[in-house]
Design a protein around this ligand. Structure first.
Ligand code: NDP
Length: 364
């Protein structure tokens, strides 16, 4: 475990990576960004990827690309940058049997270790470098010499060098320009999933309720969506919160806005969210969610969710608004063929009924 302090560039020595072979497994969002950053920092990087579109992309970017097992087996440091839900099988079949003793295996998310889906062999160093930034941001911020935050941790230190390797990697990938924040894999996974499963949906429900009531009060949908999110003003406010502070950013708003928000804010003090938030924390921490997501039923439910969610009322309103505002239009609906006969399966009836109600589905 790392000491509880924030890590910056002066805490790391990239010389620790001299003569080390680094393999990046997966060349998707994070894989591409991190590989390019590491290479630009002078690190020798090899990519391990399946025979597919991303493999060609890595080759076009000038990397040597090997099969996953070969890349992992020849490396001193392995960055696992494949989707979390596919990682356990790939790790078991292609990675673990090929790793040399003392290899440092770096995860970009604590998920699989935290919920016991991968149990690493004791002769490995297990570290985590989990960016709080999407892949394109990881690359753009590196190029702009700005950095990005990451949660970092040493889970298992077989060689005695795990911390130094982790910090060197973190510096080379560009995160220590902003800061490396120590968090265990369990804490990283909990924060990530809580944001996705509790804060995000609660925020989304507030947003949808506001849109619905404003339209019911006769306001034009174009104006409503523009006010609530399409103008980008909201995301700009979020950016300002990060730059100067949650409360301090209110200085950018008018006095009427500040008085109105603060004097009326009291009505929303008791929204009853604590109980639901705690339930999410308990469900995530106990591994209940991870076990559910591993089940075949959850994978079927996921397809159904995509089907119904992409047919909810807001999607139709938004499509019309985007057209009227001459914004780029996107295909949003999951085609019925994509879910095949799922809607007719009797064992899924309860799930289907629940989703129909939740998304207020109207038969086409
Ligand atoms: P992506 O889905 O973008 O990329 C996955 C890569 O893995 C692709 O090269 C893909 O190849 C390959 N891949 C997919 N399935 C398999 C498989 N069964 N066997 C072997 N290779 C496979 O993943 P992300 O970059 O989004 O995520 C990687 C890690 O980074 C995860 O641990 C995630 O939690 C973490 N992370 C992601 C963030 C993000 O912004 N996306 C932010 C912070 C952390 P192809 O699809 O071409 O077959």
């Amino acid at each position: 475990m790392l000491a509880r302090k924030i890590y910056f560039e002066e805490h790391a020595d990239t010389g620790r990576l001299d003569k080390k072979k680094v393999a990046v497994i997966g060349y998707g969002n994070q894989g591409r960004a991190q590989s390019l950053n590491l290479r630009d920092s002078g690190i020798d990087v090899v990519i391990g990827n399946m025979e597919d579109r991303n493999r060609s992309r890595a080759e076009k970017d000038g990397f040597r690309v090997l099969d996953i097992g070969d890349a992992a087996g020849n490396a001193d440091i392995v960055l696992l940058l494949i989707p979390d839900e596919r990682m356990p099988a790939v790790y078991r079949q292609d990675i673990a049997p090929n790793l040399k003793k003392g290899t440092a295996v770096c995860f970009a998310s604590g998920y699989n270790i935290a919920y016991g889906l991968i149990t690493p062999e004791p002769h490995l160093d297990i570290i985590m470098l989990a960016p709080r930034m999407i892949g394109v941001g990881v690359r753009e911020r590196y190029l702009a010499r700005e950095g990005f935050y990451s949660f970092i941790d040493v889970r298992q230190d077989h060689t005695g060098n795990a911390e130094k390797i982790l910090l060197a990697l973190a510096k080379a990938v560009g995160t220590l320009r902003a800061g490396g924040i120590p968090a265990t894999m369990e804490q990283e996974a909990l924060l990530d999933l809580f944001n996705e499963q509790a804060f995000g949906p609660a925020f989304g429900r507030v947003l949808l309720t506001a849109i619905d009531i404003l339209i019911k009060n006769g306001l034009p949908p174009e104006a409503v969506l523009c006010e609530m999110y399409l103008s980008g003003e909201m995301s700009y406010t979020y950016k300002k919160m990060a730059q100067i502070g949650l409360v301090k950013q209110t200085d950018f708003h008018s006095h009427t806005s500040q008085y109105g928000a603060m004097s009326r804010g009291i009505r929303y003090m008791k929204m009853g969210l604590e109980g639901k938030f705690q339930k999410s924390i308990d469900e995530i921490s106990s591994g209940e969610f991870a076990r559910e997501w591993e089940s075949p039923l959850a994978r079927l439910k996921f397809s159904l969710i995509k089907f119904f969610a992409t047919r909810q009322k807001i999607n139709r309103i938004e499509a019309k608004v985007r057209k009227n505002l001459r914004l780029k239009e996107f295909k949003t609906e999951t085609a019925p063929e994509e879910i095949g006969e799922l809607l007719k399966r009797p064992e899924l009836k309860n799930v289907i009924d629940e989703l129909r109600d939740f998304y207020e589905y109207e038969e086409e």
